[in-house]
Design a protein around this ligand. Sequence first.
Ligand SMILES: [Zn+2]
Length: 188
Amino acid sequence: MDYLKERELIVAYGKQLITEKLTTGTGGNLSAYLPEAHAMLISPSGIPYFETRPEDIVLMDLQGNILEGNRKPSSEYDLHSIFYRNRPEVRSVVHTHSEYATTFACLQQPIEPLHYIIGSVGEKVRCCEYKTFGTRELAEEAFHFIHEDKGILLGNHGVLTIGSDLASAFSVAKDIEVLAKFDTYGQQ
Ligand SMILES: [Zn+2]
């Protein structure tokens, strides 16, 4: 099995999605781009993060074909691969359903810049239109909407972040949840 180190990193950050309360159950997903292979490693569909092992991480090409793995890949693989196909500087994509930020997404309301950590995301955390989960339409909407930002809200769904590595995409997802909390209480 190739890419053991990269697989272990996805397993480790998947557990952190739960411990940092950025998602519940099997919600959310994460991936890493492998530029030399023109491929990506993505978390599997429907396996709890604390039960996911490195061999459960699915190796896929950027057209949606499985290259290695017995598991079903996350149904949102298009949402990840569209960035690697078109923006090779993006090396990792993280998608969460964190509570406060997803509440903003359900209201289709941006998270306003009330605290300086917004700088890690963009001018504010903008929210794109609702598109059905797991579709190419959702992937295209998110891809065209994000521009220079590092993260956005997916309308009526959750959070999407990108980064030059898994640590930075994960850290932006965390910042967005904190900003959503600050915004919730800061505007009262
Ligand atoms: Zn989702």
